[in-house]
Design a protein. Structure first.
Length: 91
């Protein structure tokens, strides 16, 4: 499945992404996904060798960042962060 992603970021987010050498991802093709509706990526960046997606937290219904990982051939989200800053500190 191909996911088309929002590439709109604020000026502050652009500065942050540039400072941390992140790449904005406009679309991603993933086979074997098991995303729930709230886990469908809204925006995505590449930070180092990791893909980080903005998804909706099902408990608080707010946006959060999550690391996209592949395990046994299936993509899933791990390591959840409430902001890009906390993501950088956590990775």
């Amino acid at each position: 499945m191909i996911y088309k992603l929002d590439i709109n970021y604020s000026e502050e987010e652009h500065r942050f992404l540039k400072e941390h050498n992140c790449e904005i991802v406009s679309e991603i093709k993933l086979s074997k996904t098991a995303f729930l509706d709230n886990e469908i990526p809204k925006r995505m960046i590449k930070y180092g060798g990791e893909y980080i997606a903005e998804i909706i937290d099902d408990e608080t219904n707010t946006l959060m960042w999550a690391v996209l990982s592949k395990w046994k051939g299936v993509y899933r989200f791990t390591s959840y962060y409430d902001s890009l800053e906390s993501m950088v500190r956590g990775i």
